[in-house]
Design a protein around this ligand. Sequence first.
Ligand code: GTP
Ligand code: MG
Length: 195
Amino acid sequence: LFAGPVDFVKGVTGMAGLPPADRVEVCFAGRSNVGKSSLINALTNRKNLARASNTPGRTQEINYFALGDSRYMVDLPGYGYAEAPVAIVAKWQALLKSYLAGRQTLRRAFVLIDMRHGIKAVDEEILGLLDKSAVTFQTVITKADKVNRETRDETIAQVKAALAKHPAAYPEIVVTSSEKGEGIETLRAVIAGLE
Ligand code: GTP
Ligand code: MG
């Protein structure tokens, strides 16, 4: 699946612009700068398919990528960017909410958590939103290469403890590094296995 063609389909700013719901879809949600776009690039083995950037809030649209003709991967706008204007934040939140609640073919929402920071209050908001939606969600820890063993163990423990309060969460956490490739094959297999 990931060895085949991968294409950028479109970026949309509202529910009306979404492509037809005719294939299995997964999305990547997470705080600004957590590494959503980098993860999509690592999964597809492309350098710049999804635009990764040091500037938080870089991805402001819902960006659709097609894996062959059987899957969509969706790069969502980041949340929790402190310096974003209030009006913009409100618009993103509304879009994110309608997308998570209303996209029928969405099979899994990956919630990305930075290994250095663990689950924060803004992440809890998204997890709360997902609790109420019909979408299965799964935690993916990013930037594993940035921490030592001790921090790694602490963050994994913190994430597990936080997820215990969200029984609808998929029980397995995937630990990744887009930089070093850790967990990428595991995540590919998860995506390829969804029906
Ligand atoms: P927004 O689009 O702003 O919401 O950000 P994003 O979640 O798409 O993050 P992005 O992929 O743009 O990555 C943010 C920064 O983190 C970039 O400078 C990346 O190079 C860096 N980064 C992402 N993943 C990793 C990783 O696994 N390891 C390391 N060391 N850096 C990473
Ligand atoms: Mg991005």
